[in-house]
Design a protein around this ligand. Structure first.
Ligand SMILES: CC(C)(COP(=O)(O)OP(=O)(O)OC[C@H]1O[C@@H](n2cnc3c(N)ncnc32)[C@H](O)[C@@H]1OP(=O)(O)O)[C@@H](O)C(=O)NCCC(=O)NCCS
Length: 242
């Protein structure tokens, strides 16, 4: 009988990104020339330190909290387990504004091994959430573009950690190979959520079909399927196939 080998666990501890440059995403900036009374410093412009952190079992509760506050859907324990998959380490992130967790993105891949034109490998955005007081500062754009960039330019997964249930030799801790580049992305957005639809359109997604009864527990139940067929072009890189 063939025994199924458990996936090698990977350490994501300490994988905090360098501070993000939000100005490169939206040059307008949310803090414009604040002039304090009597102050000669006309261009005081506080810059928040914004970083991304990998999802781990330890910050899973924080992710649940952000999603539950922002998105009116209760996701299952399986959802929160699946998004910790080490092969998604460079995609699924929590976003910190200073030391406050204010946003998160969760995705999965579909058709990753497919070579058929009909079933292209696709990054599926499952949840994207920014706490309301922190919106319109390009934080959502930062999370989404980071995920798109990582899908297109996969990195090597972080080094594995030894499992606790057996003795590991150095040779058994072989890192998984990087994924192959994924050039297509999609997201479902609830009909009527015009802000989110505009947000995705601005980042190169196009409305395709309306999926009837996509949501079972909220009204309206239909979702608009937003698709980005060319992640490279959406990121301002050389378009796919060029
Ligand atoms: C959709 C969502 C993630 C966007 O997050 P966000 O951080 O506000 O996104 P951004 O700041 O990058 O962009 C949002 C808007 O702010 C504007 N903006 C971005 N940076 C800005 C800045 N520095 N100053 C002023 N405006 C700015 C953008 O032009 C954009 O406007 P648009 O919607 O008219 O295109 C957020 O609104 C959210 O969590 N919504 C609820 C959950 C949801 O609907 N998720 C999507 C489906 S899964």
């Amino acid at each position: 009988m063939a025994s199924t080998k458990p996936a090698t666990p990977y350490s994501t501890a300490g994988t905090v990104s360098a501070p993000l440059n939000l100005d490169s995403l939206a040059p307008k900036g949310e803090h414009q020339a604040v002039q304090l009374n009597g102050s000669k410093r006309k261009n005081y412009r506080p810059v928040p330190k914004v970083t991304l952190t990998s999802l781990t079992p330890n910050n899973s509760g924080t992710l649940r909290r952000i999603n539950s506050v922002v998105i009116p859907i209760v996701y299952s324990d399986k959802f929160y387990k699946d998004v910790l998959d080490p092969s998604l380490d460079d995609i699924n992130k929590l976003l910190y504004y200073g030391d406050i967790p204010v946003g998160a993105i969760c995705c999965r891949f579909e058709n990753l091994g497919s070579t058929s034109a009909a079933k292209q490998p696709t990054l599926v955005i499952l949840t994207l959430a920014i706490l309301a007081p922190y919106r319109s500062q390009s934080l959502g754009t930062a999370l989404l573009t980071t995920a798109l960039r990582s899908a297109l330019h996969p990195t090597t997964p972080p080094p594995p950690i030894p499992s606790t249930d057996k003795t590991n030799t150095r040779a058994s801790l072989v890192p998984a190979p990087p994924r192959k580049p994924v050039r297509r992305a999609m997201a479902h957005v609830q009909v009527g959520n015009d802000d989110a639809q505009r947000f995705y359109e601005r980042l190169g997604f196009k409305k395709t079909e309306t999926v009837k009864d996509y949501y079972s527990k909220m009204q309206p139940r239909d979702a608009v399927l937003m698709v980005c067929d060319d992640i490279a072009a959406a990121l301002g890189e050389t378009p796919n196939g060029a």
